[in-house]
Write a protein that binds this ligand. Structure first.
Ligand code: IFM
Length: 441
C-alpha cells in the first residue's frame, strides 16, 4: 500500500539557527558581552579551543545567507535575537543599533517571501545579568519580559511567531549540572532555580508580547528525548519511566499541567524549587504552539544508560538515529497532555561532511535522516497529532557550543576559513521536498 506522505497545504517548511552560533560580530555596534562570549574564551571549555567571535560572520553575510535559504525554498526561518545586542547589560538603555540589525534581517527575509520566527532566548544571556546571579535571580525573568516587549513593539507588525525560550532543560542541566555549557555551573540546586525562573520568564514574556501585539503567536521550544526501556523487563521499564518523570516531565508538566512532576519533588525536595503563589498559573497559561526539538532518544535499563544499542546507527554527536521514536513521542505527548499545535522547531544531524573539489557535499546520511524523521512526523499527523511545521537544524554549519566548529549540522556547508558557502546534497533534496510538499520513501 502506498502511503500518503503529502503534507497538508500551508505546512510550514523552514530552517533554524541561533545568534551566538552564526552571527559573529561579538563586539560590534554596541553589543554587550554574553555568557557565551565569556565561556568560549575561558581555557578548556570548548573542546577545539574555538569561539563564536566570527562564527559564520552572518552579521555581515545575512543577505547572501537568506538568498541561499530562498534557493532552498524555505518558507520560514527561525533565528534568535542576541539579548546583549539589544540591552548590552540586560536591561536599562536600549542599543538602537542592535534593533536596527534585526530590522534589516526581518526586512531581508520578508522581501524574499520568508516568514521570520523569532526565538528570544537561545542561551546568550548578557554577562552583566549573570554577574547578578543569572537565571537563579528572579529579576532576570522580569528583565526578560521587558526585552520581549521591546522586540515585540519593534517587530510585532511584521513578525507573527515568537518562541520565548529554547530548550530550558538544556539551559538548566547542561549549563548548571554538567557545566558543559555557559555559565559552566555544577550544582543541582542552581539548576532547579534556573529551570523555574526560565519558566517564569517564559510566562512573563508571553504576557508582554501579547500586551504589545494581540495577534502574536507565542510558544516555547523544548528538547524532548523520549526515554525508552532497554528491554521489556519490569525493572527496565521502571527505570525508563523514572527517568522520563524527571527529565521530559520537568518542563512539560508545569507548562501543560500547572504542576511539577512528583518525581522532581521526590528527588530534590520541595523547597528546592522556588515556586511563588501564581507562578504555576503564569507558566501554564495557554500558548499558541509547542516547539519540539528532536534529535534522538534515551535508552535506559535498570543497570543504567545504554550508549550503544546493537545494530543502531549513531551520528557525529554520538546520538542514536531513531526516527520511529519520534513517532512514538508525538503519539505519547498527544495522549498525555492537552497540547496546542506543534512545530518541530529543530531536527537534523551532524555527520562528517567532505567538500569535493567541485564544491559539492554528498551527505546521503543526512538526507536519509531527515527523510525518515519527516515520514515519522507525517505518520503521527495522519494518526491525529497536529503538527504545523518543520524547521531543519540547521540552515548553515555553525558553532556547535562546546564542540566548536567540529560538528556540522547545516544544509549548507561553510568553509570557515573563507566564509564561502556550498549547498549540500541535503539542501537540494530539502528544496524539492518543500517544492512538492511531500516526502518520498
Ligand atoms: O546546535 C544545537 C542548538 O543550539 C540547540 N539544539 C540542539 C542543536 C544541536 O546540538
Amino acid at each position: 500500500m502506498t502511503e500518503n506522505l503529502v503534507f497538508p497545504r500551508g505546512f510550514v517548511w523552514g530552517a533554524a539557527t541561533s545568534s551566538y552560533q552564526i552571527e559573529g560580530a561579538a563586539k560590534v555596534d554596541g553589543k554587550g558581552q554574553s555568557i557565551w562570549d565569556t565561556f568560549s574564551h575561558a581555557p578548556g571549555k570548548i573542546l577545539t579551543g574555538e569561539n563564536g567571535d566570527i562564527a559564520c560572520d552572518h552579521y555581515n553575510l545575512y543577505e547572501a545567507d537568506f538568498q541561499l535559504a530562498k534557493q532552498l525554498n524555505c518558507k520560514a526561518y527561525r533565528f534568535s535575537v542576541s539579548w546583549p545586542r539589544i540591552y548590552p547589560i540586560g536591561h536599562g538603555k536600549i542599543n538602537l543599533a542592535g534593533l536596527d540589525y534585526y530590522d534589516r534581517l526581518v526586512e531581508s527575509l520578508l522581501e524574499k517571501g520568508i516568514d521570520p520566527y523569532i526565538t528570544l532566548y537561545h542561551w546568550d544571556l548578557p554577562q552583566s545579568l549573570q554577574d547578578k546571579g543569572g537565571w537563579v535571580n528572579r529579576d532576570t525573568a522580569g528583565y526578560f519580559a521587558d526585552y520581549a516587549a521591546a522586540l515585540s513593539r519593534r517587530f510585532g507588525d511584521r513578525v507573527k511567531n515568537w518562541i520565548t525560550i529554547n530548550e530550558p532543560w538544556v539551559v538548566a542541566s547542561i549549563g548548571n549540572v554538567t557545566g558543559e555549557h555557559a555559565p559552566g555551573v555544577r550544582d543541582i540546586k542552581t539548576a532547579l532555580h534556573v529551570g523555574h525562573h526560565l519558566l517564569v520568564g517564559h510566562g512573563l514574556a508571553t504576557q508582554a508580547i501579547r500586551a504589545t501585539n494581540s495577534s502574536a503567536n507565542v510558544g516555547i521550544s523544548l528538547s524532548v528525548n523520549p526515554v525508552e526501556a532497554a528491554t521489556d523487563s519490569p525493572a527496565d521499564i521502571k527505570a525508563a519511566d523514572d527517568e522520563w518523570n524527571k527529565s521530559g516531565r520537568w518542563f512539560l508538566d508545569p507548562l501543560f499541567g500547572a504542576a511539577y512532576p512528583p518525581k522532581v519533588y521526590d528527588l530534590f525536595g520541595h523547597d528546592l524549587i522556588p515556586v511563588l503563589p501564581n507562578d504555576l498559573a503564569l507558566i501554564s497559561q495557554s500558548i499558541d504552539f509547542l516547539g519540539l526539538n528532536y534529535y534522538t532518544r534515551t535508552v535506559l535499563g535498570s543497570k543504567g544508560f545504554v550508549n550503544k544499542v546493537p545494530g543502531s546507527e549513531y551520528t557525529d554527536m554520538g546520538w542514536e538515529v531513531q526516527s520511529p521514536a519520534l513517532y512514538r513521542l508525538l503519539m505519547k505527548l498527544n495522549k498525555d497532555y492537552n497540547l496546542p499545535p506543534i512545530f518541530i522547531t529543530e531536527n537534523g544531524c551532524a555527520v562528517t561532511d567532505q567538500l569535493t573539489l567541485e564544491g559539492q557535499v554528498h551527505d546521503a546520511r543526512r538526507i536519509k535522516y531527515m527523510q525518515d524523521h519527516l515520514i515519522s512526523i507525517r505518520r503521527a499527523m495522519l494518526d491525529g497529532v497536529h503538527v504545523r511545521g518543520y524547521f531543519a537544524w540547521s540552515l548553515i554549519d555553525n558553532f556547535e557550543w562546546q564542540h566548536g566548529f567540529s560538528k556540522r549540522f547545516g544544509l549548507i556547508y561553510v568553509d570557515f576559513e573563507t566564509q564561502k558557502r556550498y549547498i549540500k546534497d541535503s539542501g537540494y533534496w530539502y528544496a524539492k521536498v518543500i517544492q512538492h510538499n511531500e516526502v518520498h520513501k
